[in-house]
Design a protein around this ligand. Sequence first.
Ligand SMILES: [Zn+2]
Length: 249
Amino acid sequence: MNNIPKFVLLYCLIHFSYFAFSQNKQDKIRISDELQLIKISDHAFIHISYIPGENNNKIPCNGLLLYDQERAFLFDTPINDSLTRILLSYIKDSLKLKVTGFISNDWHWDSMGGLAAIHESGIPSYAHEMTREIAKSKNLPVHRIGFKDSMQLKLGNLEILCLYLGPAHTMDNIVVWIPSENILFADCMIKELKSPDLGFTGDGDILAYPTTLQKLKNRFPHAKVVIPGHGEFGGTELIDHCIELANRK
Ligand SMILES: [Zn+2]
């Protein structure tokens, strides 16, 4: 008789592991070798596109896809137009969502490398005025709608807040806050935990960087999900890690 509960426990454990494993598998959608989606909340995916790096390593680039009531909003494109077209088709045909807006966090190609494909699809595009000016001066596609300081948008029942807090990784970098999901899409201003340094800062402001990060931390102390430009997402410990990196002399 004593063996029965053990057997039941083992049975449950095996099934639980299987369930957990298949859940985990379900949360990752592989669209192609260069494009993946990871579900992070009831209303959000991270989209990841890959660029070839040194020693056959692929560098992952993060963006965000938010959705509600059959509508979606895209934050940052995959790294180029062709991957952006593939992502837009997948969103339309497989997820059955209509993309009603796009915004990029800065002017770098890993944020807006697919902007021409966004415009091809007739999707309204938004960016900070500074991003539009830099894009214009570099002969890149230019977002149709600009904002200064901050912009609030609605997607179904969800709120979207785009906020400029000052220069850091680039002069024009903004962050995106989704209050209902407690998601902070900080993009390249924030590095993943295993990053040993702030990476490329040649287009940014290394002196202002710590102040901008402190403003970010003060503004969103309860963020549950903090998404960096590259690599693994986490919580506010990613902001602390970057403050430490930015203060290093
Ligand atoms: Zn980047």
